[in-house]
Design a protein around this ligand. Structure first.
Ligand code: HEC
Length: 109
């Protein structure tokens, strides 16, 4: 019985390794990072996106999430915990941040 459990457990551990790549894991976190998805403000691949626009004194003000495709890993890490004006803070582990970074630097287009 005990040995059967070990076999099962190792199958799951192995499966996690082989079925989801670092890129897919990063993409998943980018869309759903336990909080508002980065995708809503930084676009599908980190290219930046329009968040909202409003009129002030007759002028149209556009609020945008910046392009983060060339961001360094250090800056990415800092940006997640920093108190920005618009961007929320996140509580991600180092390996999650590593996967996000991997996704941003290896994105498709
Ligand atoms: C609600 C919109 C919003 C969401 C969601 C969001 N961001 Fe941001 N982010 C911004 C804005 C806007 C800025 C520019 C600073 C500011 O005004 O808040 C920014 C700044 C950044 C920066 C710094 C860019 C630079 O060059 O200084 C990085 C890196 C970043 N975001 C990554 C992320 C990641 C990764 C996620 C998801 C875990 C995320 N952001 C989620 C709106 C957002």
């Amino acid at each position: 019985m005990k040995r059967w459990f070990l076999v099962l457990a190792s199958t799951f551990l192995f499966a996690e390794d082989s079925f989801i790549t670092q890129y897919e894991y990063g993409e998943m976190l980018y869309k759903n990072p336990r909080g508002i998805g980065c995708i809503h403000c930084h676009g599908k691949h980190g290219e930046g996106a329009r968040i909202a626009s409003y009129k002030e004194d007759g002028k149209t003000i556009v609020l945008r999430g910046p392009d983060i495709r060339k961001v360094s890993k250090e800056k990415l890490k800092r940006s997640l915990v920093k108190r920005y004006r618009v961007m929320p803070t996140y509580f991600l582990t180092d390996s999650e941040i590593g996967a996000l970074y991997y996704f941003l630097v290896n994105r498709e287009p």
